[in-house]
Design a protein around this ligand. Structure first.
Ligand SMILES: Cc1cc2nc3c(=O)[nH]c(=O)nc-3n(C[C@H](O)[C@H](O)[C@H](O)COP(=O)(O)OP(=O)(O)OC[C@H]3O[C@@H](n4cnc5c(N)ncnc54)[C@H](O)[C@@H]3O)c2cc1C
Length: 573
């Protein structure tokens, strides 16, 4: 049951588990734990319910869930010293389903070497790619796209689940851009049938968390059908601010505010933090769990000195190169197209609005025949965790700004560095737990990151260098990109870096701020079984625990983390 008003929660001391955050991971774990009718769970979610919200449900309206809405925490980074002191957005979902209710819906698992590296750095073989396959499949149902097109050769059914709660599909509406991308592929940019095969090198058909033309989020997949369980309660509009040990020995109590009033709820078994990459460390720090000297400087009593809390923040820098195209669309026509697409979606869940952002996506390694890449590898070694793991992603999209820019009027080519070595932080702004955290991505503090980004931008320019693409694209939409294009293919580092530093933003895949490490290690925040080191009664179960970002988008990994967390927690009660 969903409680809109916390004063209606029937009991504040009878739940076995209190989960802080009803986002992606919190929803999965709540759902799985309450499969056992003897296990009682209360989920505290700061945001509102996802139910009945059109811009969440309709995939084509994803851009409207961005900053400025009540569905978003609307955070912003501190000025980035290596990005001309620009501040960068730090969006996160503020709604049931969390960021899975507002995300771009790409479903990509990354490479097998990503997860094998997690196993190596944590000493827990359960994180190996092969061991996790059952969890990828358990979470997923691969479903047919709504346009009923023949999907043979667009993915490998053997890699996917068919019985899981989360619906995944390939695009249910074709675009002219699809053929431009697929027609470009050759030995430099090969086709890959299914980039979820553990070796994602090549361009393939995008898989998205969409079913029956609608967004499939952790809330729709893992909560909606189970809210009638008497052992599962979900309180929305409930902002957790602090956790503490009411009896002095183990963490058992969460203080949250509802309607501005503080309320304490006590867990009989454990408190599970699932507030996400920015807010989980924020809650720990506000509760006196973190670096003792940083806490003391804020006059926060130290409960447990855990210096790694909020460190290791990892985000993949991304650049969106914007082009004008030979398909201009008048504002009036765009408005008509938009209204028609909404009407079609409302009538039968088909048409343009069933698409997320792009039907195609590519993953690539740096070109080792380039002297710059050879020098880079000589200085820094292999940057990817394995030889079949990509260094960068190329994402071709219509600049789809639903009302003003309907179809191919502009084109965006995203270049993403998938192997960032820069590490940022989440720290306290003040001792006021209601204030926002300080978020520092610290982009390009590791010098190799900008070198990889140069290759990613060059890769995008190489992709669009063919006659078909040159017919489609009329001109770069910014003077900085125009300067790069003018010098292509021998772009000077000065011109390239001016473009990169001015335009780098996020790929929306921040992870790692409460990293896992081996049990007993004196670094890291959680053990591989999610227990917070040195603190009884408390686990972190969200994407903040990833020691490294997978070479892809983060939600597939988040579902796997949550499924595994639920099994481990079930096994230990
Ligand atoms: C705009 C955007 C686009 C993205 N696009 C993609 C994509 O296309 N593909 C992909 O794979 N990944 C994407 N991601 C990333 C992906 O959605 C996240 O990695 C994933 O949802 C993180 O899961 P989580 O459970 O750690 O956190 P979240 O899903 O963010 O959940 C955290 C939850 O905790 C709640 N919460 C936070 N603080 C408190 C508090 N103090 N008290 C109570 N509740 C609290 C939040 O409101 C939220 O509901 C995107 C993310 C964003 C923000």
């Amino acid at each position: 049951k969903i409680y809109e008003n916390a004063s209606d929660i029937p009991s504040l001391d009878s739940y076995g588990y209190v989960i802080v955050g009803g986002g992606l991971t919190g929803s999965v774990v709540a759902s799985r734990l309450t499969e056992n009718s003897n296990t009682t769970v209360l989920v505290l979610e700061a945001g509102v319910s996802h139910q009945g919200v059109e811009i969440i449900e309709v995939p084509g309206l994803q851009s409207f869930t961005g900053p400025g809405t009540i569905y978003n925490w609307n955070y912003t980074s501190v000025p980035q010293v290596h990005l001309l002191n620009n501040t960068i957005p730090a969006p996160r979902g503020h709604v049931l389903g969390g960021s899975s209710s507002i995300n771009g819906m790409w479903y990509t698992r990354g490479s097998s070497a990503d997860y094998d590296r997690w196993a190596n750095v944590t000493g827990d073989q359960g994180w190996l790619w092969d061991e996790l396959q059952s969890y990828f499949k358990k979470s997923e149902s691969l479903v047919a796209p709504v346009d009923g097109h023949n999907t043979t050769g667009q993915y490998d059914p053997a890699l996917h689940g068919t019985q899981g709660p989360l619906q995944v599909t390939v695009g249910g509406f074709s675009q002219s851009l699809d053929q431009l991308v697929m027609g470009r592929l050759d030995q430099d940019f090969p086709f890959i049938e299914d980039y979820d095969n553990g070796e994602p090198i090549g361009f393939g058909w995008t898989q998205t968390t969409i079913g029956n033309g609608s967004r499939s989020s952790a809330a729709t997949a893992y909560l909606d059908d189970y809210l009638n369980r008497t052992n599962l309660d979900v309180a929305v509009n409930s902002l957790a601010i602090r956790i503490f040990a009411s009896n002095g020995s183990r963490i058992d109590t969460v203080t949250f505010t509802a309607n501005g009033l503080p309320i304490n709820v006590t867990a009989r078994v454990e408190v599970l933090l699932a507030a996400g990459v920015f807010n989980t460390p924020h809650i720990l720090l506000n509760s006196g769990i973190g670096d003792a000297s940083e806490l003391s400087a804020m006059n926060i009593p130290v409960v447990h000195n855990l210096p790694s809390v909020g460190k290791n923040l990892t985000e993949q820098p991304a650049i969106s190169s914007l082009w004008n195209t030979s398909n201009p669309v008048s504002a009036a026509q765009a408005e008509v197209d938009y209204e028609n697409a909404i009407a079609q979606w409302n009538s039968n869940r088909t048409g343009r609005m069933v698409l997320a952002i792009s039907n195609t996506v590519g993953f690539a390694r740096m070109n080792v025949s380039s002297p710059e890449v050879q020098a880079l590898v000589e200085e820094y070694g292999e940057l990817a965790p394995g030889p079949a793991s990509p260094h960068f992603e190329l994402l071709p999209t219509n600049a789809f700004d639903a009302e003003t820019n309907f179809e191919n009027a502009q084109f965006i080519f995203d270049s993403v560095n998938l192997v960032p070595y820069s590490r940022g932080s989440v720290t306290l702004n003040s001792a006021n737990p209601l204030g926002p955290p300080l978020i520092d991505y610290n982009f390009y503090s590791a010098p190799q990151d900008i070198l990889v980004m140069r290759q990613a931008v060059l890769g995008a320019l190489s992709f669009i260098s063919t006659p078909d693409w040159q017919d489609f694209l009329t001109a770069p939409a910014s003077s900085l990109l125009a300067a790069v294009v003018d010098e292509y293919p021998n772009v000077s580092n000065a011109t390239m870096d001016a473009y990169i530093r001015a335009t780098t933003s996020i790929s929306f895949h921040a992870v790692g701020s409460c990293s896992m490490s081996p049990a007993g290690a004196d670094w890291g925040v959680v053990d591989p079984d999610f227990h917070v080191k040195g603190v009884a009664g408390l686990r972190v179960i969200d994407t903040s625990i990833m020691p490294f970002a997978p070479a892809g988008h983060s939600q597939a990994a988040a579902y796997v983390i949550a499924e595994r967390a639920a099994d481990i927690i079930k096994g230990s009660t």
